[in-house]
Design a protein around this ligand. Structure first.
Ligand SMILES: [Ca+2]
Ligand SMILES: [Ca+2]
Length: 233
């Protein structure tokens, strides 16, 4: 293992610890940052990062510097690697999955948020979007138009809400093209699954002011005191 790989591994270990902490109620969801792949990211490597499983086609792990075959990308807001998928329906769908995520509360609403991007390689032909399936529910992200060669149109946040219908559900991200028979090359990164409004990286989520956080704390203490009084009564 060289120094770059050792550094990557160390960073990834830190991310795993951090994400396990952030998702205490979703212990089995890991690696929304798509980090930890140690191979060549400037290639169609047909490799998904740790925690993810390929369920269709050959999704790849890329990073902001991936530029073979005229691809143009840039790092997402959280950086590092990301997942690349090709959509060319109906014959070819690249998708990745996390199977049987446990610790869900039936009837509870969960936020799924992520950043998405599109690039134009020598093979790309059209625009596309990500289809996110969590349990029995599916949502499509906003459509991205194909950019010109050499142009990167940016990473764009998407926020979706899903209601759990089981304590254990599978999560699948599928690359979709906007036109049958034409190919779209898509990226996805910064994937979050958890309580609504609590993704610290999602700029669409309001960040509570320190003052209101303090008020919430006081409120919680007050509620706890009321409960104690009720128990005594
Ligand atoms: Ca990443
Ligand atoms: Ca591939």
């Amino acid at each position: 293992m060289n120094i770059a790989q050792a550094t990557k591994t160390a960073i990834f270990a830190g991310i795993l610890v951090a994400s396990a902490h952030a998702n205490a109620t979703l212990l089995s969801f890991v690696n929304g940052g798509f980090e930890g792949y140690l191979g060549d990211t400037n290639n169609h490597n047909s490799a998904v990062p740790p925690g993810w499983t390929t369920t269709g086609g050959t999704p790849d792990t890329f990073d902001g510097n991936t530029n073979f075959a005229s691809y143009t990308w840039a790092p997402s807001s959280t950086g590092g690697d990301f997942l690349h998928g090709i959509g060319m329906q109906p014959s070819w769908t690249e998708s990745a999955q996390q199977l049987a995520l446990s610790g869900l509360e039936i009837g509870k609403v969960y936020e799924i948020s992520f950043e998405q991007a599109i690039s134009r390689s020598v093979w790309s032909q059209t625009g596309g979007y990500w289809r996110i399936t969590f349990g029995a529910e599916s949502h499509d992200s906003a459509l991205m138009a194909i950019p010109d060669y050499g142009v990167f149109a940016g990473w764009h946040w998407q926020t979706m809400f899903f209601t759990a219908t089981a304590e254990s559900q599978s999560l699948t991200v599928s690359a979709m093209s906007d036109t049958d028979g034409l190919r779209a090359d898509l990226g996805i990164d910064s994937f979050y699954l958890g309580n609504p409004g609590e993704n610290p990286d999602n700029p669409d989520n309001p960040v509570p002011e320190p003052a209101s956080l303090a008020l919430l704390g006081i409120g919680a203490i007050g509620l706890a005191a009321m409960r104690r009084r009720k128990v005594r009564a």
